[in-house]
Design a protein around this ligand. Structure first.
Ligand SMILES: Cc1ncc(COP(=O)(O)O)c(C=O)c1O
Length: 403
């Protein structure tokens, strides 16, 4: 691994904040009339343009043949790269379309050259799939160390500064965990990692689509996201950002999309991040993700963040006012995710009762102690996660259904 990787180029641009027309976005969201959807951290309700783009593509496949549609719709299939590049402030060629954030994360992990004795740092906020990858590294003799949390529960930037040395080859940070609303200081960590020879892998699965993100601000080399959560895209979609110019290992899974077969026993990798893709994939979903990202960009990530902030604040305030409800949040800056439990009632029973009222939330399962140092998840938690298309009235519905 070289001492320093080539430097990044900035392509960031953010939009101005403007009020979102909530009636209009709800009218474009078929599910908004059916359910109170507070499970956006699980999978958000897709808007009509996403749904229609997918259906249209699937119908074309059925009528024309899958290969023939793909050949005739290159522009539609490229939307995900162009829109993704605008979303993250990178080049289209730095993005690979994947089937999930986990697949993207494991691909990223497997192309970073690591050997026994190297050190890898990771936040306690890592998702279970990421933890499995870290355990696999440990079993290969790589030293994996968790970054301690500050007293407020966020990854300690000070600790990162003291842990970094020339043996640290990779730092993994999850921006917003799956089981809570805290926002990790990924930019501050990135600045520190950028001064070293280590690579920086950010899991933006829960933050993308709910706030502006830019890879040059994060100073990350690798970033993963999923389509179905705050981006409101189709299930089975994700993106892997790989900064260009990195000297990484060959992809773990390869086919005709990742490389050209140039001799009996030779292949040449495809240019850019396309080498991390496979030929066979759900192309209707790929088009749908492109449309979902364009939709989010049209509304504006700053506007989305502001609206989510207001709704999440209302949700936290109303929950806090309930005598039996205990909020279980850590950290200073908060996101769309709000976790809580109801004293004396099983979390599963509360979630099921809410579901019976047409209110979608989800349950955070207890986490092992190293990844939950405060023990806040030990009895399980209800996770309610708002998006910009939710309303204060829907939050009232949740509160009313709790008792
Ligand atoms: C923080 C975080 N990272 C990664 C993932 C995995 O995403 P996917 O299911 O798309 O693999 C999740 C899913 O909930 C998550 O919350």
């Amino acid at each position: 691994m070289p001492d320093s990787w080539p430097k990044r180029e900035s392509t960031t641009s953010f939009q101005a904040v403007s009020a979102i027309d909530i009636d209009a976005v709800r009218a474009e969201t078929p599910g908004a009339a059916e359910v109170v959807h507070l499970n956006n951290a699980g999978a958000a309700l897709p808007p009509n343009p996403v749904l229609m783009a997918e259906i249209d593509y699937l119908e074309a496949e059925a009528r024309m043949g899958g290969y023939e549609v793909a050949a005739s719709r290159a522009e539609d299939l490229n939307r995900v790269y162009d829109a993704g590049a605008l979303l993250l402030g990178c080049k289209p060629s730095e993005l690979a379309f994947t089937q999930s954030a986990s697949l993207a994360w494991h691909t990223a992990l497997s192309v970073v050259p690591l050997k026994a004795g190297d050190r890898v740092l990771a936040t306690t906020a890592e998702y279970v799939a990421n933890v499995y990858g870290l355990i696999q590294l440990q079993r290969r003799g790589v030293e994996v160390e968790l970054i301690p949390d500050d007293p407020d529960g966020r990854a300690s930037v000070e600790a990162v500064a003291s842990m970094l040395d020339e043996r640290v080859k990779l730092v993994c940070a999850t921006h917003i965990p799956t089981g809570g609303g805290l926002v990790n200081p990924v930019t501050e960590i990135g600045r520190l990692v950028d001064e070293t020879g280590a690579l920086y892998l950010v899991d933006a699965t829960q933050s993308v689509g709910q706030m502006p993100l830019a890879v040059d601000e994060l100073a990350c080399d690798l970033l993963v996201l999923t389509g179905r959560k705050f981006l409101r895209g189709p299930r089975g979609t994700g993106l892997l950002y790989v900064r260009s110019g990195l000297d990484l290992l060959d992809p773990p899974v390869m086919d005709g999309r990742s490389a050209a077969w140039v001799g009996d026993w030779d292949y040449e990798l495809s240019a850019g991040a396309q080498r991390y893709e496979t030929f066979e994939t759900n192309l209707a979903a790929k088009v749908g993700l492109g449309v979902a990202i364009e939709y989010a960009l049209r509304i504006g990530l700053d506007s989305i963040a502001k609206r989510i902030d207001e709704l999440a604040e209302i949700l936290r305030a109303r929950l806090s006012a309930q005598p039996l409800v205990k909020l279980a949040e850590l950290g200073g800056e908060q996101s769309a995710i709000v976790t809580f439990y109801v004293d004396g009632r099983s979390t599963d029973a509360v979630a099921a009762a809410l579901r019976a009222w047409g209110i979608n939330t989800s349950v955070v399962q207890p986490q092992p102690p190293a990844f939950d140092p405060t023990g806040r998840t030990r009895h399980g938690l209800i996770r309610a996660s708002v998006h910009y298309y939710n309303t204060a009235e829907e939050i009232d519905d949740l509160i009313a259904a709790l008792y």
